[in-house]
Design a protein around this ligand. Structure first.
Ligand SMILES: O=C(O)CCC(=O)C(=O)O
Ligand SMILES: [Fe+2]
Length: 215
């Protein structure tokens, strides 16, 4: 296919789950990396959250709009620091992402929360559902830097059947509809695969959601 003429391909992974490789231009990727650094160095900073059953997450997270920690949202961090605002830029990007993925206008709830996930070479994320939102709006996921294996499963179990998708810098993955509550995770990243021009050592993932929550 001629990408210049038709745009990047859309790869269906499951009903309602779509992978759009290379959806972000290199300039937008660089801009988002810069902004992620700013958000991560903000007053609410980045956290490796403790897990309810012990241990600490290996992924460092920054929340925007609503603070997420296993397994709920709040407007403040445990020490009372207010969560940073949700940037309009990410709301616009999320709407455009869903419209590109489903080739239809977006008419769902407003996007109001983003998690910025940083993976160093050893970080991974176990199979889980994104189920702390009250809105059925699709989850939008953007990848920057190192590639990873993104495991996209089913709504019933943490185990097979699942599909392993290679997510590279600039890729968009959207999951909604019948796949909204599918289990998914990141069993590994591929350290050193980021384009050196991006200036990022590791992987960033921005996941954008509609919380459906009100103060
Ligand atoms: O890093 C990813 O690609 C997935 C992140 C994720 O599933 C989450 O933040 O809930
Ligand atoms: Fe998730």
């Amino acid at each position: 296919m001629d990408d210049a003429l038709f745009g990047p391909p859309t790869v269906p992974v499951a009903p309602g789950a779509v992978h759009l490789p290379g959806w972000l231009t290199p300039d937008t990727q660089a801009d988002l990396v810069r902004r992620c650094r700013e958000w991560a160095s903000g007053p609410a900073g980045t956290r490796r959250h403790p897990m309810p059953r012990g241990g600490v997450m290996s992924v460092s997270m920054t929340s925007l709009g609503w603070q997420w920690a296993p397994y709920s949202y709040s407007r403040t961090l445990p020490d009372g620091t207010p969560v940073q605002p949700f940037p309009d830029l990410l709301g616009d990007l999320a709407r455009r992402a869903v419209e590109a993925a489903y080739e239809a206008p977006y008419e769902g709830d407003p996007y109001d929360v983003a998690l910025v996930n940083f993976y160093d070479a050893d970080a991974r994320m176990g199979m889980h559902q994104d189920r702390d939102e009250r809105s059925p709006a699709p989850v939008v996921s953007l990848s920057l830097g190192d590639s990873c294996v993104f495991r996209f499963g089913n709504t019933e179990t943490r185990t097979r059947p699942y599909t392993d998708v290679e997510l590279r810098s600039g890729d968009l993955f959207v999951f909604g509809g019948p796949s909204r509550l599918a289990y998914h995770g990141v069993p590994r990243t591929r350290p050193g695969t980021a384009d050196p021009a991006l200036g990022l050592n590791g992987r960033l993932n921005i996941t954008i959601r509609a919380s459906g929550l009100r103060d």
